[in-house]
Design a protein around this ligand. Structure first.
Ligand SMILES: Nc1nc2c(ncn2[C@@H]2O[C@H](COP(=O)(O)OP(=O)(O)OP(=O)(O)O)[C@@H](O)[C@H]2O)c(=O)[nH]1
Ligand SMILES: [Mg+2]
Length: 419
């Protein structure tokens, strides 16, 4: 459980606490109702992937346990939070000081028949476990005590792994099989999210520190440009174009914010044009990293979809981010080589090739579209137009050569014009 202060200047604590939480208890003072920071914290909780909220309407003792006060605050909050994507919002009137509706049902509010706080916390169905998501293990250390042992150590960020499972190296795309799962307490047959293990693989594939071992059938993105939401923590504003350090679970690389698309007004959720992000502001940005990073969209995986922005000189954390999607795939991703034979090529281009044995250029799996290099106006030997033109030219030449040497009496048989 993380207890984070309500004041706006502690947004950083709030974001850090929320990043691993399944549920947020938003405390509201009955005397004050919904405040700016209630909205801000709720919005950040939703950004950080929290899907369950308890709206704890506290200090209700100071309002004579009045139902109207409770109803009014609930209505205000529901109206505000409608678009935040929470799966459950459970309002509970309580007095933390006197214990009303905290661990036992209060006798002071007979009008309330909803759940009490502790009972609700014990029953609320929270998000699917990280173990249910695809396997991701950032490699923190390559363990090589002697020539006969080479293992990759790290903590499973999500998913499960078992001996015999196929795994892939996120950046190179190479695959291998797990031959051993080694821990301090001996070998395991399987491990899941949260466990720290050393994996030994079947093949001698290259896995450097900072790479991620992943499930081959559910690979993450590898890109150097992406869209993300950023919460800015620092007193010095975020400046697009300035060089920062971006750190994810596995990667640390220089990065720049190439564009601030808009800032989000946390009270109205309006998208507002902005040139910078000031302290505690939230914006949607395009980010470019110096080298490609491995990630999932934050909505799919909170462990591999988040990052922090760090100052290059002071090493201070300036902001936190949640990745939405890749803008451009990384250039160093190896494209899968595909054999394209003549038949497949003809089908691909909806052609019905009239001649056999003519050269057909194989489609190469390159970043440059093979179509581009072939966009020439000269008809190729493989096209029907070429052959039609050739036959026509040859026929014309033959006709010309065989033409009658005397003038044709073209008017023969035709009525002569008078005179
Ligand atoms: N009467 C009454 N007083 C309360 C209740 N809950 C808290 N208080 C009082 O409110 C004051 C502030 O309580 P805290 O627990 O510090 O509040 P907080 O939410 O942690 O505040 P920050 O951490 O600063 O955001 C204390 O004097 C509490 O005794 C309540 O239900 N009824
Ligand atoms: Mg406190």
């Amino acid at each position: 459980m993380a207890d984070t202060p309500g004041h706006e200047e502690y947004t950083r604590n709030m974001a850090t606490g929320a990043s691993t939480a399944d549920l947020a208890i938003v405390l509201v003072d009955s005397r004050q109702g919904i405040l700016r920071q209630t909205r801000r914290h709720s919005y950040i909780a939703s950004l950080l992937g929290i899907r369950h909220v308890v709206l704890a309407i506290n200090k209700i003792d100071l309002m004579m346990y009045a139902q109207e006060v409770y109803d009014g605050i609930v209505a205000d909050y529901m109206d505000f939070a409608r678009d935040l994507g929470f799966e459950t919002i459970v309002p509970i009137p309580l007095s933390a000081r006197y214990g009303d509706n905290v661990t036992t049902r209060s006798q002071n509010m007979p009008w309330y028949d909803g759940p009490i706080l502790l009972e609700h916390l014990e029953r609320v169905p929270v998000e699917k476990d990280m173990a249910e998501k695809p396997f991701r293990m950032p490699v923190q250390l390559v363990t090589r005590p002697d020539l006969n042992f080479r293992g990759f150590s790290g903590e499973l960020a999500s998913g499960r792994v078992a001996v015999g499972d196929a795994v892939a190296v996120a950046k190179s795309g190479q695959t291998s099989k797990v031959s051993r799962i080694v821990t301090m307490d001996g070998d395991l047959h399987a491990a899941e999210a949260g466990q720290a293990v050393t994996l030994v693989l079947d093949d001698e594939i290259e896995v450097s520190r900072g790479n991620i071992l992943v499930a081959p059938d559910a690979r993450p993105d590898v890109a150097d440009q992406f869209r993300a939401k950023i919460i800015w923590f620092d007193a010095d504003a975020m400046i697009p174009g300035r060089s920062y350090i971006l750190r994810t679970e596995a990667d640390t690389t220089p990065a720049t914010i190439t564009g601030l698309k808009y800032q989000v007004n946390v009270n109205t959720f309006a998208h507002e044009a902005a040139k910078t992000l000031n302290m505690n502001e939230v914006g949607v940005c395009n980010i470019s990293t110096q080298s490609p990073i491995v990630f999932d969209a934050y909505k799919d995986n909170r462990a591999t979809g988040n990052f922090v922005i760090i100052d290059r000189l002071t090493n201070k954390t300036l902001g936190a981010g949640m990745i939405d999607f890749a803008l451009r795939r990384s250039l160093n991703v190896t494209w899968q080589a595909v054999e394209v034979n003549k038949k497949a090529h003809a089908e691909l281009k909806a052609q019905n090739p009239p001649f056999s044995g003519l050269p057909v250029f194989p489609l190469r799996a390159s970043r440059r579209s093979p179509m581009r290099s072939r966009r020439s106006s000269t008809p190729r030997a493989s096209t029907p137009i070429f052959w039609t033109a050739t036959i026509f030219a040859m026929a014309s030449a033959v006709i010309w050569a065989l033409r009658p040497k005397t003038a044709l009496k073209t008017s023969a048989g035709w009525p002569r014009s008078p005179g």
